[in-house]
Design a protein around this ligand. Structure first.
Ligand code: ATP
Ligand code: SF4
Ligand code: MG
Length: 334
């Protein structure tokens, strides 16, 4: 297959036993070669927990309760990231998968020049490289993300937020990873800068051939820049579809709500409507479909039975999945 990462039955908790908060619930998700996969959902839906969990970077008290994350190497058997030893994990994290975290642009070290921070990353993974070669590589990486080489001598505070973000992307690309995970890299940036950075990432993806997992609550950016989109609610994926299909024809009322709580892609800025109500309390989830208390289309069974994520019967043969009683999963017994 052309899968790079295959997440299967992933459950992530914060804490143990009766006090555990189930922040990621039975997530199945595949990242394909060269694709941009967008992950959207309101604050607290579990997006970052999923990104940390699948890369084994969960801070305590986070624990992966179950599941597997199969990483498909070129010409090798897939390896389960969740069962890698420390040496394998170290190589995987930087050389195979690079992550730009939420708020990463503020995580540059304020007391070091950009050049030092870039060359340190290169040196950590290739201690035998020469100073000159590291500097040349740093210059190359900055050029890649559209920053002039004279910025190598700058300190982070001398750069705009957008430039700091680009430096972070350059660092993430230092070892030519096959997967780049970006967790809300753009929250603090204005819309024009966000769009430029994303456009650049997508161009780089095409040139360098990596895959991207892009996490944000700005669904309009995802619609514009990703190939596929997965929508999370209360720790679960409730819909997954090609970006164009999701935009044209969202099946889950929550996806529909998210799409309409953001301004239109083009044309005049509309008022943001938002989705009435609040995300569920993970400690006491509603019965049945966890979205039912907020759902404008809830039916009686919604409060009783949990809808299963799968290909809906009314979209038979498509490559999209949804967990909603309006579009029950196709019955394979026919
Ligand atoms: P945002 O858009 O705000 O970044 P998110 O979708 O990334 O949100 P997560 O940060 O993954 O959401 O959080 C998912 C859930 O896990 C939330 O309900 C949060 O309160 C809970 N959570 C996160 N970190 C911890 C922690 N250290 N201990 C307990 N619960 C946590
Ligand atoms: Fe709404 Fe019911 Fe679908 Fe849940 S299952 S999203 S409550 S219609
Ligand atoms: Mg987050």
């Amino acid at each position: 297959s052309d899968a790079v990462l295959e997440i299967r039955g992933l459950n992530v908790d914060y804490g143990l036993g009766a006090d555990a908060v189930h922040a990621v619930r039975d997530v199945n998700l595949t990242l394909h070669r060269g694709e941009v996969l967008g992950l959207a959902g309101e604050s607290g839906s579990g997006k970052s927990t999923l990104a940390y969990g699948m890369t084994r970077l969960l801070p305590p008290p986070g624990v992966v309760a179950s599941g597997e994350v199969l990483y498909h190497r070129d010409g090798g058997d897939p390896v389960d990231v969740l069962r890698m030893d420390h040496a394998q994990l170290r190589a995987f994290r930087w050389a195979e998968t690079a992550i730009v975290f939420q708020g990463a642009m503020n995580s540059l070290n304020p007391v070091h020049r950009v050049s030092t921070q870039l060359t340190d990353v290169i040196k950590a993974h290739d201690p035998r490289s020469t100073t000159a070669s590291r500097l040349a590589r740093a210059r190359e990486l900055l050029a890649l993300v559209g920053i002039a080489p004279d910025r190598l001598d700058s300190y982070p505070h001398q750069l705009s937020g957008g430039m700091r973000q680009r430096v972070m992307i350059g660092m993430a690309l230092a070892l030519e990873p096959r997967v780049v995970i970006m967790d809300e890299p753009t929250t603090a940036l204005d819309v024009v800068v966000q769009r430029q950075i994303l456009r650049q990432l997508v161009d780089l993806r095409e040139r360098l051939g990596f895959s991207v997992v892009f996490i944000t609550h700005d669904l309009s950016l995802l619609v514009e820049f990703s190939d596929r989109i997965a929508i999370m609610y209360g720790g679960r994926i409730v819909e997954e579809a090609a970006a164009a299909d999701l935009y044209r024809d969202p099946l889950h009322p929550y996806s529909d709500g998210l799409l309409h709580s953001f301004p239109a892609l083009r044309g005049p800025r509309r008022e943001l409507t938002g989705i009435p109500g609040a995300p569920p309390d993970l400690r006491s989830m509603p019965s049945g479909c966890s979205f039912h208390p907020r759902c404008p289309r809830a039916m009686e069974r919604c409060g009783v039975e949990v809808p299963v994520l799968g290909v809906p019967g009314d979209r038979r043969g498509s490559d999209r999945t949804v967990a909603c009683w309006l579009h029950p999963v196709q019955d394979n017994r026919f």
